[in-house]
Design a protein around this ligand. Structure first.
Ligand code: XLS
Ligand code: NI
Ligand code: NI
Length: 436
C-alpha cells in the first residue's frame, strides 16, 4: 500500500512554483568538493513524522494519518512502510528513532523487547532494500508515568534499574540497525524544586549511568558515536544538560569526554538564551560537535515548539560552523520538527521537509561562499593580530607572567582600540544571503 500520493520530489530550481519540488536542494550538486547530500546528511525523525498527530495540551490530534491501526504490530509496520516511502520519495537517506516510537509498549519489559525485535527485523529488511540508514537511535525515558521523577536521575532505584535495562536494549537495536550514533537527550533528567532533590546524588548516578552505557557499547562492539543533546528546561524546570558548555564541564568532571559528543538542537539553543550558532561554535571549538537536530523555535514562546527550519540567517550560520568543523559526519541534520497543529493535510508533512531541506541547502551554498571568500576569517585574523608579535605573542605562547605584564603596562602611554565594525559585517552577511 502507498501512503503518499506524490512521486519522487525533484530539484526544479529557484523559479519553480511547484510546492512539491526542491528549489535549492540539488542532492548531487558539488559544493567545496562534496555533494550537497554528503554535506547535509538529512534525516527523518520517526516521532514527529510518524507518531505525532497534532495533539497539544488543550486538544486532541488533528492530523489523521492513514497508518494508524488498533493493532500495535500492524500500526508499527504501517509506520515503517509509510516512513520508508516518505524518505525514498524525498531522497532522505537517514532516520532517527526512540525505541517507543517504533512500537507501543507491551504488558511488561520482556514483551516490549520482543516487539522491538519484530519491528527492527522489519526495518532492517527495508533498509537493505532501499539503502536508507539509521543516523541515531535513543530511548524514550520520559513519556511513561514511571519516569515522573526522572529516569537515571530518579530518586527511586527501581526506576534507575528499569531505565538501564531500557537503554541497554535501545543500544542493542541501534547496533542491529547499524546506527551511526546513539543519543542521550535528558528527558526528565533534571529537577523542579530543591526542597526534595539531592542534586549531587542525581548527577553522580547520571554520570555512572552514562559510563555503564559506554562500557556496554564497547563490550558488544557498538561503534556508533555517543551523543548528549543539551536542553536547558522542559520538561523539568532545571534540566541537567543545560547547554554545550555545561555538558562539556560535566563530561570533563566525570572522565567521559573521550566517549561523548553533543547533538545540538536549534530550539534548545534558543531556550538556553543562546543562538544556534553559539552552541555549534562552542561544540566545534571543543571538538565535540557530533550531530544536529535541525529545527527552529518561536522567539515569542518559551518552550520547544520544534518547528521546521525556514530561517535562512540561522541556517547559513549553522552551515558555516558545520563547514568549519570539516563536516558533520557521522552525525547529520535530523529534522526534529513537526508540522503545526493546523497543518492537517498529509502533504503538509512533505512540504515542511522540503522547506527545511531547501533552507539548509541554501544556507550551505551561502556559507561555502563566505568560507571561500574568507569574509569573517580575514576580519578575525586582523582583529587579533596583536597576539602575533611582541607582548601578544608572549601571552599566546604563555611566556610571560603578571610581573612582566605590569612592567609592560607601566610603559604604555596610550591604548588604541579598533572598531569591531559589527554593522558592516552584518551588512556584508546580508549581501551574501541576498545575492549568492
Ligand atoms: C526533545 C528532544 C528529543 C530528542 C531525542 O526536546 O529534542 O526529541 O531529540 O530524544
Ligand atoms: Ni531533539
Ligand atoms: Ni527538542
Amino acid at each position: 500500500m502507498k501512503y503518499f500520493d506524490f512521486d519522487e520530489i525533484k530539484y526544479e530550481g529557484t523559479n519553480s512554483k511547484n510546492p512539491l519540488s526542491f528549489k535549492e536542494y540539488n542532492p548531487k550538486e558539488l559544493i567545496l568538493g562534496k555533494t550537497m547530500e554528503e554535506h547535509l546528511r538529512f534525516s527523518m525523525s520517526w516521532w514527529h513524522t510518524l507518531s505525532s498527530f497534532g495533539a497539544d495540551m488543550f486538544g486532541e490530534g488533528t492530523q489523521n494519518r492513514p497508518w494508524i491501526s488498533e493493532d500495535p504490530i500492524t500500526e508499527a509496520k504501517n509506520k515503517v512502510d509509510a516512513g520508508f516511502e516518505f524518505m525514498q520519495k524525498l531522497g532522505i537517506k537517514y532516520f532517527c528513532f526512540h525505541d517507543r516510537d517504533l512500537i507501543k509498549e507491551g504488558n511488561n519489559l520482556k514483551e516490549t523487547n520482543e516487539r522491538l525485535d519484530i519491528i527492527t527485523d522489519y526495518i532492517k529488511e527495508k533498509m537493505d532494500q532501499t539503502g536508507i540508514e539509521c543516523l541515531w537511535g535513543t530511548a524514550n525515558l520520559f513519556n511513561n508515568k514511571r519516569f515522573m521523577n526522572g529516569a537515571s536521575t530518579s530518586p527511586n532505584a527501581d526506576v534507575y534499574a528499569y531505565s538501564a535495562a531500557q537503554v541497554k536494549k535501545a543500544i542493542e537495536i541501534t547496533k542491529k540497525l547499524n546506527g551511526k550514533n546513539y543519543v542521550f537527550w535528558g528527558g526528565r533528567e533534571g529537577y523542579d524544586t530543591l526542597l526534595n532533590t539531592d542534586v549531587s546524588l542525581e548527577q553522580n548516578n547520571f554520570a555512572y549511568f552514562l559510563k555503564m552505557a559506554k562500557d556496554y557499547a564497547i563490550k558488544i562492539g557498538f561503534k556508533g558515536q555517543f551523543l548528549i543533546e543539551p536542553k536547558p528546561k522542559e520538561p523539568t524546570k532545571h534540566q541537567y544538560d543545560f547547554d554545550v558548555q555545561s555538558v562539556y564541564g560535566f563530561l570533563l568532571k566525570y572522565n567521559l569526554i573521550d566517549y561523548f559528543k553533543v547533538n545540538i538542537e536549534a530550539n534548545h539553543a534558543t531556550l538556553a538564551c543562546h543562538s544556534f550558532q553559539h552552541e555549534l561554535n562552542m561544540a566545534r571549538i571543543n571538538g565535540i560537535l557530533g550531530s544536529i537536530d535541525a529545527n527552529q523555535g518561536d522567539y515569542l514562546l518559551g518552550w520547544d515548539t520544534d518547528q521546521f527550519p525556514t530561517n535562512i540567517y540561522d541556517a547559513t550560520l549553522a552551515m558555516y560552523e558545520v563547514l568549519k568543523n570539516g563536516g558533520i559526519a557521522p552525525g547529520g541534520l535530523n529534522f526534529d520538527a513537526k508540522v503545526r497543529r493546523s497543518s492537517s493535510d498529509l502533504n503538509d508533512l512533505a512540504i515542511a521537509y522540503i522547506a527545511g531541506m531547501d533552507t539548509f541547502a541554501k544556507g550551505l551554498k551561502i556559507a561555502s561562499k563566505l568560507i571561500i571568500d574568507k569574509v569573517f576569517d580575514n576580519v578575525i585574523e586582523k582583529r587579533y593580530a596583536s597576539y602575533n608579535e611582541g607582548i601578544g605573542k608572549l601571552i599566546k605562547e604563555k611566556k610571560i607572567d603578571f610581573e612582566g605584564l605590569e612592567e609592560y603596562a607601566y610603559n604604555l602611554d596610550e591604548i588604541k582600540n579598533e572598531s569591531g565594525h559589527q554593522e558592516m559585517l552584518e551588512a556584508i552577511l546580508n549581501q551574501y544571503i541576498f545575492n549568492k
